[in-house]
Each structure stands twice: as structure tokens, then as C-alpha cells.
Design a protein. Sequence first.
Length: 104
Amino acid sequence: MISTQIVDTSTGRPASRVPVELDIFITGHGWREVGRGISNSEGWVDSFGAPAAPGVYRMMFDVASYAPHSFFPSISVTFEIRNDQLHHHVPLILSPFGYSVFLG
């Protein structure tokens, strides 16, 4: 399972209504969308649909729809899942001029 939470440090609150797309990389074919969601009032996208298989994934955060004047209008986070039995929670900590991600 893959999930995310977005927190806006400029307001000290979760970032709601942020569209997030989840893609998987297929060798020889490039990126293919496997799910999408919109962060809820607590900043969470709990699930992107089907369970995650081992592979290289990319989360695309549409920051501009949440904060139109952000320095980073879109944030792409690429990561690899090796053990599909684990829950992979990838939070995004957002500020007007920077961001941080980690495996939670």
C-alpha cells in the first residue's frame, strides 16, 4: 500500500485539496499512471487503488492548484518499492520555497 500526507509549514496545517498522481516506471515503455487522489482535510491520500507491486514509482504533487504562487508548482518524488508487503507512506512537508519528503 502507498499513501501520502501533505503538511504546509507556512500555515502549520495539512494541505487539503492537492491533486496527487502515482505512476510506475516500466522499462522500455516509460511512466504509466496507476492511481490518483486528492488530499483530504487532514492532507492525506490514504490509497491510490490497487496494492503496490515491487518497482520504481513517482508521485506527482500538483502544488500550483493548492498554492498558485508557489516557487515549486509541481513536485515529483521518485522512489523504489522492494518489499510489497510493507506500507509505504511518503509524506511531503511543503513550504513556499522548499519541500522535504521521507519514508514514514
